[in-house]
Structure formats: structure tokens, C-alpha cells
Design a protein around this ligand. Structure first.
Ligand SMILES: Cc1cc2nc3c(=O)[nH]c(=O)nc-3n(C[C@H](O)[C@H](O)[C@H](O)COP(=O)(O)OP(=O)(O)OC[C@H]3O[C@@H](n4cnc5c(N)ncnc54)[C@H](O)[C@@H]3O)c2cc1C
Length: 301
């Protein structure tokens, strides 16, 4: 690995790259062991970095803002690539917004609002990157990425750039074809509609107030822990199973919103995983409903 690292830094002297980087610094859960190697490339460095990893058989894990991740306590072997700040340009062309995959959704929504473009209000309070939001088809309050995306630029494993239409992304409930095809999202183009800025800002403020009222934003978490099972709400099922406040180590089913698992301060990934298993089992036992994780578990537990 040392030799490989030397060749990478020699080829890309400006690349942000570190070893044994704690993933707790890169996840909203504030949990996770170290990435063996962690890099935050820009759009120019990314294909070269991928090719060098492939050439040396170094396994690659891609992350965005880490807001839907549970990283194992024993960390991630190989290379973690963060698509973030260095790929976060947002620009407006008429009613079209083009965002680098590393841009935060909040930044994209604020840029749209300032340009008098609506439809992205639903995304303003989702703490993910544009790339992560495409992968998850993130959504809230009746809107989802599927409604606003026009096309997405991805990098294939072979280093080829493709432009995919919304149909080709196979977007469904918290699903896209990106992970199974091993694509990396590099840019998203959204088609928005003109609206008075005050109207957009008022709606964003209304949604923000709803989040503050309903969600435990004062604690680290990864948002909704489980997907919404058809015909039910995960949070309601968990509450009805008597699990409000249920605790394993430093992990707890939020008392404010049972759909969220929160980190009370010193939770390990093992605590969260055990708690999720217990919640799954209790809900299955009591209501015969199978809860499926929305949070993605990566690394070694
Ligand atoms: C307080 C809170 C509230 C939330 N509210 C909502 C909500 O209302 N609606 C909602 O849908 N979600 C919500 N979430 C979850 C989360 O913000 C979304 O799933 C978000 O889209 C994840 O984006 P991310 O950049 O953080 O992705 P990450 O968590 O870093 O990664 C998620 C997945 O996407 C992959 N990925 C990330 N970036 C790329 C890329 N550029 N190319 C290829 N693969 C990539 C990763 O490999 C991983 O599989 C919430 C989370 C929190 C903490």
C-alpha cells in the first residue's frame, strides 16, 4: 500500500489523501472506524485515481456527505473516495441547474432559490450531497430527486463518462441503479421552474420548521433508519412495539421520532447494528412486518 500511495501522490500532488482517517469525521452518525486510505479528488483527479486503484487491485468505496451511512467499527479496507467540496460547483443556465455531485443539496437548493427557481425546496433540509441524493433518490414532503432530475453524468468502472437520463437511472423508492452498476455520480442536471424567490424561501422555512419540530436534529444520526414498509410507517410501528427510547450502549431509538436511531454520544457501530436487529425482530414478531434498513452499512463490523 505504501508504494501505491507514493505513486498516487507523485502523479497527483494536489490530491487530498490521508491514511487511517477516522470515518466518524465523515458521517453524520459520528460513528465508524478508520479508512485505510481516504481521498477527496476533484473531477480531474477522480478518473486517474480510479484507474490507479484498479491497476493495483485496491478496493474502492465511494461516499458523499456520509448522511446515510453506518460504517463498521473496524473501518474500511482499501481506498475511500469522498465526492465532496472539491466537486461541488453549482451553476444555473435559464431554468436548468447543474451541480457537481459533491455539492450539498442545501447549497443546490439555496442557489436555485436565489435564482428564482423552485421545485427543489423539498431537498433543502436533506443533509446529503447531490451524488448521494441521486443514488438514494432522496425525497421528502412529497418531492423526490426523480421529479427534478433531467440527466446525470456518471463515471463507469472502466473510466468512461456516461450521461444517463432519469429513466436510465431506474429511480424508485430510495433506489437507483447506480450502486449495482458501480457507477460514480459526478454531476447532475436538474430542470426547475421559475417561481418568486420569497415564495420559495417561505416554503423552505416551513419545511425546515417541520423538521426541527419532528426530528431529533440535536443528536447525530443517519436520518430514517428503516425504509417505509408498504402500507405502514416505520416510526409508528417501532413506537407501537414499545421501543421508544430503547437503548443499546450509546445508540437509542429517538424519543422524539422513533424512525430515527440516534447516537447519544459514544455509540459504536456494533451498538447501532444490534439495536437495529432488535427493532427488526420485535416489529416482525408483533406486527409480522419486515423492516428493511434504509441506512447503508459499509466496512468491517
Ligand atoms: C437528519 C437527517 C435527515 C434526513 N432526511 C432525509 C429525507 O428527508 N429524505 C431522504 O431521502 N433522506 C434523508 N436523510 C438521509 C440522507 O441525507 C440521504 O439518503 C442522502 O441522499 C444521502 O446523501 P450522502 O451524500 O450523505 O450519501 P452517503 O450517505 O455518503 O452515501 C449514500 C450511498 O450513496 C453512495 N454514494 C454517495 N455519493 C455517491 C456518488 N457521487 N457516486 C456514487 N455513489 C455515491 C454511497 O456509496 C452510499 O451507498 C436524512 C439524513 C439525516 C442525517
Amino acid at each position: 500500500m505504501k508504494q501505491w500511495l507514493d505513486s498516487v501522490t507523485e502523479a497527483m500532488p494536489e490530491l487530498v489523501i490521508r491514511t487511517e482517517e477516522p470515518m466518524s469525521k465523515h458521517t453524520t452518525f459520528r460513528i465508524g472506524g478508520a479508512a485505510e486510505v481516504f481521498a477527496a479528488p476533484d473531477a480531474r483527479e477522480l478518473p486517474q485515481l480510479l484507474a490507479m486503484a484498479k491497476g493495483a487491485d485496491v478496493p474502492v468505496t465511494v461516499i458523499g456527505n456520509g448522511s446515510n451511512l453506518l460504517v463498521g467499527d473496524r473501518g474500511i479496507a482499501g481506498l475511500v473516495i469522498e465526492i465532496g467540496e472539491r466537486m461541488s460547483e453549482v451553476r444555473i443556465e435559464g431554468t436548468i441547474l447543474v451541480a457537481g455531485a459533491g455539492a450539498l443539496l442545501s447549497k443546490a437548493a439555496q442557489t436555485a432559490a436565489a435564482a428564482g427557481l423552485g421545485d427543489l425546496e423539498f431537498a433543502a433540509g436533506i443533509p446529503g450531497s447531490v451524488g448521494g441524493a441521486v443514488v438514494m433518490n432522496a425525497g421528502a414532503y412529497g418531492g423526490e430527486m426523480k421529479d427534478v432530475l433531467q440527466s446525470v453524468k456518471v463515471l463507469t468502472e472502466e473510466g468512461e463518462l456516461l450521461i444517463l437520463t432519469t429513466e436510465e437511472l431506474e429511480l424508485g423508492y430510495r433506489h437507483s441503479c447506480v450502486p449495482e452498476r458501480k457507477y460514480i455520480v459526478v454531476e447532475a442536471t436538474m430542470e426547475l421552474s421559475a417561481k418568486p424567490e420569497e415564495e420559495i424561501r417561505a416554503y423552505m422555512a416551513e419545511l425546515r420548521a417541520k423538521r426541527v419540530e419532528k426530528q431529533p436534529l440535536e443528536y447525530p444520526s443517519a436520518g430514517s433508519t428503516f425504509k417505509r414498509p408498504e402500507g405502514y410507517f416505520a416510526g409508528k410501528l417501532i413506537m407501537d412495539a414499545g421501543l421508544r427510547g430503547y437503548t443499546v450502549g450509546g445508540a437509542q431509538v429517538s424519543e422524539k421520532h422513533c424512525g430515527f436511531v440516534i447516537n447519544k454520544g459514544d455509540a459504536t457501530a456494533a451498538d447501532v447494528r444490534q439495536l437495529m436487529q432488535d427493532v427488526h425482530d420485535r416489529v416482525k414478531e408483533q406486527f409480522d412486518v419486515e423492516l428493511e434498513p434504509e441506512v447503508k452499512m459499509i466496512g468491517s463490523f
